[in-house]
Design a protein around this ligand. Structure first.
Ligand code: PLP
Length: 431
């Protein structure tokens, strides 16, 4: 064990998981590449953790942050007018497509979702919330409560009364063999049943990820969220889209993931990529919901000038360079390449994704069961070859990839080549 790892183990919690048998320390980065303490360079196909959305050391972001720091005002307070916050909120409100939208800034996705849940429950005077199975929304009491998987809920003592819906779990026996339309109809029937039985009384909101991130980049089939929305609208139930992983064009097909499902939500939450590494999160919501009676929120650091400078420069960069189109282009190249390789790799159970958010699910070729050990093997192989990816899914058997949206065609081809070679190496060991 390295000295640094021993020191990490001594003073940081055991549950702070580290990747790799010999965890690496990243000491510098440029574009889509990072360098570790030994001098080895890697193509980063996870963008930190979808945080370095436009790559490392982007001059436009660095200069905006440096300009703000040079004023001497790193932080004052949200009790004063903050120009950067107002300008960014104006842009996000416009991009959201939400009517009379208002924005509240936080420091993380968890806080953003807490704020959205508070607003929805205030507005609807109800503690009942619908959420999706296999979802992930954070680990505070409220957000762990709407997180739909036991290992991430941490036995949460949620203050909310939560009912879970089907969406990405169509592998369950009762759904097998169904067409998309049949599955959507079955899910809607289940939603109606939940509303008529378990949820007795008013329900505040449904919170959902357009593509489940931690859940393994799985998504509900086209049409499901729109069908849910119809039922929710009839009951006045709000739709909160958690865009922490899917916002800002990452899915290629839409600037916010839920728009790719043809749904206009009442609120969206965001974090991760917007600050390109700086801690920025927030909620964008209909003005009447943001200003609902009794609604209140305050965050000492949320919307601070340095975070706003970073986020403003990042968002401008995404728009000026049309990175949504780049995500669609480079993402398609990689997903197509992975799909082409999959049939000759029995360890690959599934290839899925949208834009620059794609995943490979690894299974035991003999049984088809999830194979987390193979994912761990893959991680070591790809690290050796100079590629960083993420791992996740319900069983830890899903390789999750979400490179910076600035990925070039050459980098896409290089990364694809390493992924396929590493899959072939692991496949050969098992076959
Ligand atoms: N929502 C989603 C979809 C996430 O993926 C995450 C984090 O992974 C969160 C919320 C929580 O965000 P944070 O870790 O910034 O609190």
């Amino acid at each position: 064990m390295s000295d640094l790892l021993a020191r990490h183990r001594a003073v940081l919690p055991d549950w702070l998981a580290l990747y790799y048998n010999e965890p690496i320390e990243i000491v510098s980065g440029k574009g889509c590449r990072v360098v570790d303490a030994s001098g080895k360079s890697y193509l980063d196909f996870f963008a930190g953790i979808l945080t370095n959305m436009i790559g490392y050391d982007v001059p436009e972001v660095r200069e905006a942050v440096e300009r703000q720091i040079a004023t001497g005002v790193v932080h004052t307070s949200t009790v004063y007018l903050l120009r950067g916050q107002i300008e960014l909120a104006e842009k996000i409100a416009r991009l959201s497509g939400i009517e009379n939208a208002k924005v509240f800034f936080t420091n993380s996705g968890t806080e953003a979702n807490e704020a959205a849940l508070l607003l929805a429950t205030y507005a609807r005077r109800s503690d009942q919330v619908l959420a999706m199975r296999q979802s992930y929304h954070g680990r505070s009491f409220g957000t762990a409560g709407v997180t739909g998987n036991r290992s991430w809920r941490n036995n949460s003592l949620s203050p909310l009364n939560v009912h879970f819906l089907h969406g990405t779990d169509r592998h369950l026996p009762q759904f097998r063999g169904m067409t998309d339309a049949e599955y959507v109809a079955a899910c809607v029937e289940d939603l109606r049943h939940v509303l008529a039985t378990a949820a007795g009384g008013d329900v505040a909101a449904l919170i959902a990820e357009p593509v489940q991130g931690v859940g393994g980049f799985t998504t509900a089939p086209d049409g499901l969220f729109a069908a849910y929305k119809e039922v929710l609208d009839a009951e006045g139930i709000l739709f909160v889209s958690d865009e922490v992983q899917t916002g800002w064009g990452r899915t290629g097909s839409a600037f916010f993931g839920i728009h790719g499902h043809g749904v206009a939500p009442d609120m969206m939450t965001f974090a991760k990529g917007l600050g390109n590494g700086f801690a920025v999160g927030g909620v964008v919501a209909r003005g009447d919901l943001m200003d609902a009676p009794h609604a209140t929120g305050l965050s000492t650091f949320g919307g601070n000038p340095v975070a706003m400078a970073a986020a403003g420069a990042t968002l401008d960069y995404v728009l000026d360079h049309d990175l949504q189109a780049n995500a669609a282009r480079t993402g398609t190249l990689i997903i197509d390449g992975l799909r082409e390789a999959a049939p000759r790799l029995p360890i690959v159970g599934d290839v899925r994704g949208r834009g620059l958010m794609f995943a490979v699910e690894l299974v035991d070729p003999a049984t088809g069961e999830p194979a987390p050990a193979l994912a761990a093997r893959f991680m070591e192989e790809s690290r050796k070859a100079g590629l960083l990816v993420g791992k996740g899914g319900l069983y830890g058997n899903v390789l999750r990839m979400a490179p910076p949206l600035t990925l070039t065609t050459e980098e896409a081809a290089e990364g694809l080549g390493i992924v396929v070679a590493a899959l072939e190496a692991v496949n050969e060991e098992v076959a």
